[in-house]
Design a protein around this ligand. Sequence first.
Ligand code: CMP
Length: 139
Amino acid sequence: MKTNRTFTMIKPDAVANGHIGAILDHITKAGFKIVALKYTALSAQKAGEFYAVHSERGFYADLVNFMSSGPIVAAILEKDNAIADFRTLIGATDPTKADAGTIRNLFAKSIEANAVHGSDSDENADIEGSFFFSAFERF
Ligand code: CMP
């Protein structure tokens, strides 16, 4: 099912460094409509659930620790070709490999503290959006 929606988080590093406004500005100027938006925090348990797909990876424990270290902004975004266009907008997972002008190139600190998350498929966008938002929180 193609939804033209993606899910993002502004991660604890970018929130702590005061980049919420600048990142949302990049997102909306790139043509994404905000369908849902929430300033919240993940417990270690919730961060572990969100990233369960990576539970066998060596970086999992550190990732869970980092993602529960402070507040985040969660959002569902809408645009034609949302998944691919958002991944282009944010750049490579490793900010040293992210193209100039991408969100991770501008705001990320490291491969772990990489400023933003972006869904990798329509199916995962739906699962991840539903992790944070009820039907009454989407507009
Ligand atoms: P994200 O797009 O949120 O999806 C999985 C996250 O795991 C990724 O961003 C990074 O924050 C983190 N990650 C991926 N690869 C590594 C790695 N090699 N070392 C540390 N963290 C990683």
